[in-house]
Design a protein around this ligand. Sequence first.
Ligand code: AMP
Length: 316
Amino acid sequence: MSGILVVGSVALDSVKTTAGKSVEALGGSATYFSLSASYFADVALVGVVGEDFPREHKRALERRGVDLDGLKTVKGKTFRWSGKYGKDASNAETLATHLNVFKEFKPVLSDAQRRIPVVFLANIDPELQSEVLAQMKGPKLVACDTMNYWIESKPAAIKKLLSKVDIFFSNDQEAMRLTGAPNGLQAAEVLADWGPSVVVIKKGEHGALMKVGSKFYVYPAYPLARIKDPTGAGDTFAGGFLGYLASTGVHDDVAHLKRAMAYGTTMASFNVQDFSTKNIEALERDLIDERFHEFADGLQIPRAESLAKSRRAVPA
Ligand code: AMP
């Protein structure tokens, strides 16, 4: 399988949603991404946890074959995030962010890690994302994500990073915040001007759009009437998208990018059906492909040419 290197948060999340709550459960941007991408590609994770990080959480990643050589355990507490969601599940209200061991984290990549062809800079301090990217040796594809916490505290560092990135993932609120644009489409235009050739704007239950060159491609979400926990949907989406793209070895073909959007959507839909990472720890590729095909087939709209012809045939 082809390889992806991911740097991002590995966390203990406490989350409240309209369906219930979870306390100090496995979370973090790099965690969700790795689990999701592991169904398509080999994943090497770079991050840090404290001595309090439960062994069983590491095992959940190992069971999916995620390479944890780059996950350091240091003295101190693991990154913690808590948030809640109201009826609008597409936007989390952050209650607390404790960077803990991430405050001092300075990763040094091994030679093998530097040569991995695809890099995902998952949501974490943009300066840390840049440090990791600077160590890579000629990556073929670089993608990144961020969130409000960093948009508010380090917007200049994000803009600088984006000039070196091929694909940028963002949710619509964060993209508007970062660019000052009044809607997701305009935000995508501004972001593309800053560097990335592909911009993906996610809109929760309302789907996602992708800007490639001058074109926009718009997708619904996979229809789920009930969800339990939207945490990590964005990172799981990025994992399906990049995992699929990495597995093809072709990174700039529109047909592959469209399939990547559908795999991202599919993986995110599994994730939100249960709390924390429960639903993406033990999927089967057949199950993923079945939902992917159902989703992709549902997007086909038959051409209407014959109807147009028969209308013209009616005498005045
Ligand atoms: P998502 O719902 O895809 O935006 O990602 C949620 C995940 O991001 C949670 O598991 C959190 O642990 C993690 N997270 C929340 N805030 C931050 C932050 N400021 N930096 C890095 N990771 C974060």
